[in-house]
Design a protein around this ligand. Structure first.
Ligand code: HEC
Ligand code: HEC
Ligand code: HEC
Ligand code: HEC
Length: 142
C-alpha cells in the first residue's frame, strides 16, 4: 500500500517538474511584434520624435520587397551575420551606443542614430521606396 502510494507520488512529482521546466522554456520565446515604436533614451540631445515602424509588414507584405529579417537583425561572428529567424533579438541599443561610436574586437560599431539611419535610409534609397529625404516621414508628428 505505502509502496504504491510512493510510486504514484513520485510520478506526480516528476510530471510537475517537467511542466515547470516546459513553461520556463516556452516563456523565453519572444513575440514578433506587428508594430514597433523606435524610441531610445540616452542620446546627447533627444530632439526628434519617435519613429513608428510597420515591423510585420516590412518582412511579410510583398510591396516591401519583402524585406528579410536579417536585413535588420544581426549578430556578427568573425565578420559574418550568424543571426537567424527564431534567435533571440536584442535591442539595437545593446550594441550601438547612443552617444558615440565604439569598437568591438577592433571593428567599428557605429553609434545608434547612425546605425538606424544607415539601416533604414540606405534601403529606402536603394529601393527608391520608403522615406529617406523628409525627416518627418519617419519622425512623424503625432
Ligand atoms: C527612414 C526613417 C528615418 C528618416 C528619413 C530620418 N530618420 Fe532620424 N532616426 C530614425 C530612427 C529609427 C531613429 C532612432 C530613434 C530613437 O532611437 O529614438 C532616428 C534618430 C534620429 C536622431 C537621434 C535621436 C533624437 O531623437 O534626437 C536624430 C537627431 C535624427 N534621427 C535626425 C534626423 C534628421 C535631421 C532627419 C532628416 C534629415 C532624419 N532623422 C531622417 C529614422 C529616420
Ligand atoms: C526593417 C527592419 C526590420 C525587419 C525587416 C525586421 N525587424 Fe524585428 N525589429 C526591428 C526593430 C527596429 C526592432 C526594435 C529594436 C529595438 O527596440 O531596439 C525589432 C524588434 C524585434 C523583436 C523584439 C521584440 C521585443 O520583444 O523586444 C523581435 C523578436 C523581432 N524584431 C523579430 C523579427 C523577425 C522574426 C523578423 C522577420 C520575420 C523581423 N524582426 C524583421 C527591425 C526589423
Ligand atoms: C549583438 C550586437 C548588435 C545588435 C543587437 C545590433 N547590432 Fe548592428 N552591428 C553590430 C556590430 C558588431 C556591427 C559591426 C559589424 C561589422 O562592421 O563587421 C554592426 C553593424 C551595423 C551596421 C553597419 C553594417 C551594415 O550592416 O550596414 C548597421 C547599419 C547596424 N549595425 C544597424 C543595427 C540596427 C538597426 C540594429 C537593431 C535592429 C542593430 N544594428 C543591432 C552589433 C549589433
Ligand atoms: C531592406 C529594405 C528596408 C529596410 C532595411 C527598411 N525599410 Fe522601410 N520600407 C522599405 C520599402 C521597400 C518600403 C516601401 C513600401 C511601399 O511601397 O509602400 C518601406 C516603407 C517604409 C515607410 C513608409 C510606409 C510604412 O510602412 O509606414 C516607413 C515609415 C518605413 N519604411 C520606415 C522604416 C524604418 C524606421 C526602418 C529602419 C528601422 C526601415 N523602414 C527599414 C524597405 C526597407
Amino acid at each position: 500500500m505505502t509502496k504504491r502510494f510512493c510510486i504514484l507520488f513520485t510520478a506526480i512529482l516528476t510530471g510537475l517538474v517537467f511542466l515547470c521546466v516546459g513553461t520556463l522554456i516556452a516563456g523565453d520565446k519572444q513575440v514578433v511584434p506587428d508594430k514597433v515604436t523606435i524610441e531610445n533614451k540616452g542620446y546627447k540631445k533627444d530632439k526628434k520624435r519617435p519613429v513608428p515602424l510597420s515591423h510585420k509588414a516590412h518582412s511579410t507584405d510583398k510591396k516591401y520587397g519583402p524585406v528579410k529579417c536579417a536585413d535588420c537583425h544581426h549578430v556578427y561572428k568573425d565578420g559574418k551575420n550568424v543571426w537567424k529567424e527564431g534567435d533571440y533579438v536584442d535591442k539595437c541599443s545593446k550594441c550601438h551606443d547612443p552617444k558615440k561610436n565604439t569598437k568591438e574586437d577592433g571593428v567599428k560599431v557605429m553609434k545608434l542614430q547612425n546605425a538606424y539611419h544607415k539601416n533604414c535610409k540606405n534601403c529606402h534609397k536603394k529601393e527608391k521606396k520608403g522615406p529617406f529625404k523628409k525627416c518627418n516621414d519617419c519622425h512623424v508628428k503625432k
